[in-house]
Design a protein around this ligand. Structure first.
Ligand code: NAI
Ligand code: MG
Length: 337
């Protein structure tokens, strides 16, 4: 039976990496029925529709699962990020971003396997902002709640336990942000007691960044609030070959949206240069979520083979192939699995 999934190709490099990903999914033989929504963000606003048309969250509510390309957010004036709005409207509180080394990528480390669990609905991205134009004073509030902290830390520990992971590290700045980061750390310590078989420690965020760059192998599962988690996940992506290879997924209790960490990359959009690996790896997470474990493994194995061979890769990871050439090559390899 086909899986019913909402498809949001997004903009910028979104449509390019999405069609590459669909090609690879097709090669697995798993059947999908896609409900595709192309008009979202800037293209929706140009048609005088809301940047997040209601039929998009409605489609995801009905199907439970979405595969999503990046969507551009105007800097400064303009609409609020559609990505953030979608996570908030569907209450997708856990943003999961694995950083796993691939062979053949030029990086100082070869054996990184860590996962960042980022709280996705509150913190400094809660959207509580004011600006006093007369005094020219801007405020952004970091809203941290007990419930919000409990559910993300619990999600992280539950994942660690179910997947045989040893350690959860909580990243915070509780020495300075005594209230918001303080609450997150306090709740984290409480939840940790419920999981005696998973190790727990915490790090202050700035030290954590230094440690991650020097000794990334010491980390396993990392959990943090929204802003810190966002920054840490780009940093960690840099350790394994960059944004072109780093997957992500957003989970709530009822819905899951699979999207890469990267944005719409306007600097390379429309040129066939984008690396679809990140979205393909997000699609692998989706296959796992849909219990298509064999297909997920087939794509993972094929990816490792293609990277190890190093002959057909995109420019961001040292190759000279286009998005489509890479996808075709990978798909052929998946078909052999
Ligand atoms: P970005 O991730 O789009 O690009 C950063 C750098 O990484 C660029 O040099 C880009 O060329 C490169 N890059 C990103 N993905 C790549 C890929 N698959 N293959 C090869 N190179 C890749 O970040 P930026 O420039 O900060 O954001 C651009 C737009 O994307 C903004 O409007 C931003 O708001 C939006 N954005 C959307 C996200 C989403 O839809 N979830 C996430 C992050 C940003
Ligand atoms: Mg980000």
């Amino acid at each position: 039976m086909a899986h019913h999934v909402t498809l949001l190709p997004g903009d910028g490099i979104g449509p390019e990496v999405t069609s590459a990903t669909l090609r690879v999914l097709e090669a697995t033989g798993v059947e999908f029925e896609w409900d595709t929504h192309k008009i979202i963000g800037t293209s929706a606003v140009e048609e005088e529709r809301p940047e997040l048309p209601d039929d998009v969250p409605a489609s995801i509510r009905e199907r439970g699962v979405a595969l999503k390309g990046p969507i551009t957010t105007p800097v400064g004036e303009g609409f609020t990020s559609v990505n953030v709005q979608l996570r908030q409207r569907l209450d997708l509180y856990a943003n999961v971003r694995p950083c796993v080394s691939l062979p053949g990528i030029d990086s100082p480390f070869e054996d990184i396997d860590l996962i960042i669990f980022r709280e996705n609905t509150e913190g400094l991205y809660a959207g509580i902002e004011t600006y006093d134009a007369r005094l020219e004073i801007a405020d952004s509030t970091a809203r941290v709640t007990r419930r919000g902290s409990e559910r993300i830390v619990d999600f992280c520990f539950d994942y660690a336990q179910k997947n045989g992971r040893d350690t959860v590290t909580l990243a915070h700045k509780a020495n300075i942000l005594k209230e918001s980061s303080g609450l997150f750390l306090k709740v984290g310590r409480e939840i940790a007691e419920r999981y005696p078989d998973v190790n727990f420690n915490d790090r202050i965020i700035d030290n954590m960044c230094m440690q991650l760059v020097m000794y990334p192998q010491q980390y396993d599962c990392i959990v943090s609030t929204n802003l810190f988690g966002d920054i840490l996940s780009d940093l960690a992506a840099g350790l394994v070959g960059g944004l072109g290879v780093t997957a992500g997924a957003n989970f709530g209790d009822d819905y899951a949206v699979f999207e890469a960490v990267h944005g719409s990359a306007p600097d390379i959009a429309g040129q066939g240069k984008a690396n679809p690996t990140a979205l393909i790896r997000s699609a692998v997470m989706m296959l796992d979520h849909l219990n298509e474990t064999k297909a997920a493994q087939a794509v993972n194995t094929a990816l490792r083979d293609v990277y190890a061979a190093g002959e057909v890769l995109t420019a961001d990871v040292g190759g000279s192939s286009s998005t489509t050439e890479f996808a075709e090559h990978l798909a052929a390899r998946v078909e052999e699995e």
